[in-house]
Write a protein of this length. Structure first.
Length: 72
């Protein structure tokens, strides 16, 4: 199973990507359909769901905002 952390812009997703790289969480930036998210986010970071808690902790610790976690 894969999870996506949605971001409002490519720039925000890139910032999130740098943070996940720094904590060794494998990921990739993906485009997503904005209608799938509550805030209309069009970019996301796809990760294995086993890393979801660690990824959210790392992003919150560095005050990076993202939308509700999506499971695909």
């Amino acid at each position: 199973m894969r999870c996506i952390l949605p971001f409002i812009s490519m720039t925000a997703a890139q910032k999130g990507s740098r943070i996940l790289t720094s904590v060794n969480i494998p990921h990739k930036i993906v485009g997503i359909d904005a209608s799938l998210t509550r805030r209309g986010c069009a970019y996301g970071i796809e990760i294995a769901c086993i890393y979801a808690d660690a990824a959210e902790t790392a992003l919150k610790h560095r005050h990076i905002q993202y939308g509700d976690l999506l499971t695909i």
